[in-house]
Design a protein around this ligand. Structure first.
Ligand code: NAD
Ligand code: UFG
Length: 338
């Protein structure tokens, strides 16, 4: 089966392509390379022996998408393409709404013209805002988002919900990721943020490899066991497998399907620092700093629904997340080099 992967050159998309090929699915990639390097395709090929078809272009270009659908006979779309930096979204809301919301609408129009009505969408735990209780279930309240990035994800969820209400022959799956981290166990693929990393794990990895002096720990006065923020970190390979389970089970049945993809376990910032120190064999220097505006104290997923309905659950430990991130970072200290 051919599946179109928008944003397939990016962090989660590229790992999903590798796992899809292993599962006998043929990925067809669309990406405008605004946050990815062309070298990713070589790495996918080296790992799998398959070089996926890759169309360079923008999902907001409807004629481009129409021509991709006309050439590829895809049966479903996994839609990763979008902008994802929370802080940047505050200063560039037009770019974020245009890419994430308008880009999705253009994609949906093009899919409908091509008769492709199966979509898996990359949503985020950010749609839950500051949760009233943990673990967070799929029926927990959504919409109290705190930044344009989060609102763009919530808006797309609403657009897709309305589309399904109007056209119930669609199969739409909203996957709400918790905190994706880790890398391919070979060390040849991983997360390659441009500029200063916004997220914890790539920042720690760049400190460990000597690209940055020390980690700023954003607050140690939260109501959590050690005072630092608690998140549900999920290995990117588990996340990739979750997409295949979603495509397999939900993607073939008409309906609006919503799943959390997390591990169901919370780890603090200091837990992750300590796990990373173990993985790389040296201490990771850090300094306690003020809280980052907009951060929540704790967040982790209820994983029951995905386990029961998709037959999927995350299996990789925090030790594997840090080990694989370190292998990627130490083998590729400057990330992908084109
Ligand atoms: P990423 O930036 O590595 O990948 C996104 C890819 O989409 C990039 O390769 C980029 O070049 C491409 N892209 C962006 N805009 C495009 C456009 N208009 N047309 C074509 N290609 C375009 O990000 P990621 O971490 O792999 O995230 C994938 C998806 O998952 C995103 O939608 C993101 O919002 C969502 N998500 C990510 C996280 C996370 O922490 N990484 C958490 C929750 C949800
Ligand atoms: N943190 C630090 N120092 C850093 C970076 C992060 O102490 O340099 C802390 C944060 O305060 C937080 C934890 O590490 O307690 C995780 O922070 P991340 O930035 O890695 O992740 P967030 O949970 O803030 O955000 C992530 C994604 C968002 C997504 C959200 C919910 O970046 O896109 O999860 O899914 F919306």
């Amino acid at each position: 089966m051919n599946v179109l992967i928008t944003g397939g050159m990016g962090y989660i998309g590229s790992h999903t392509c590798v796992q899809m090929i292993a599962a006998g699915i043929t990925p067809v990639i669309v990406d405008n390379l605004c946050n990815a390097k062309a070298e990713v395709l070589n790495r996918v090929e080296a790992l799998t022996g398959v070089r996926p078809r890759f169309f360079v272009g923008d999902i907001r270009d409807e004629a481009f998408l129409d021509s991709v659908f006309a050439q590829t006979s895809v049966k479903a779309v996994v839609h990763f393409a979008g902008l994802k930096a929370v802080g940047e979204s505050v200063s560039k809301p037009i770019e974020y709404y245009d890419n994430n919301v308008n880009g999705t609408l253009v994609l949906l129009r093009s899919m409908r013209k091509a008769g492709v009505k199966s979509l898996v969408f990359s949503s985020s735990a950010t749609v839950y805002g500051d949760p009233q209780q943990v673990p967070i279930t799929e029926s927990s309240p959504t919409g109290a988002t705190t930044n344009p990035y989060g609102r763009s994800k919530y808006m797309v969820e609403q657009c897709l919900t309305d589309l399904f209400a109007a056209e119930p022959d669609w199969s739409i799956t909203l996957l709400r990721y918790f905190n994706p981290v880790g890398a391919h166990p070979s060390g040849s693929m991983g997360e390659d943020p441009q500029g200063i990393p916004n997220n914890l794990m790539p920042f720690i990895a760049q400190v460990a490899v000597g690209r940055r002096d020390k980690l700023a720990v954003f607050g140690d006065d939260y109501a959590t066991p050690d005072g630092t923020g608690v998140r549900d970190y999920i290995h990117v390979m588990d996340l990739a497998d979750g997409h295949i389970a979603a495509l397999d089970k939900a993607g073939s049945e008409a309906g609006l399907h919503i799943f959390n993809l997390g591990t169901g376990k919370g780890s603090s910032v200091l837990d992750m620092v300590n796990a990373f120190s173990d993985a790389c064999g040296q201490p990771v220097p850090y300094e306690i700093c003020p809280r980052r505006p907009g951060d929540i104290a704790e967040c982790w997923a209820s994983t029951e629904k995905a386990r029961q309905q998709l037959g999927w659950q995350a299996t990789r430990s925090v030790a594997e997340m840090t080990r694989d991130t370190w292998r990627w970072q130490s083998q590729n200290p400057q990330g992908y080099q084109d």
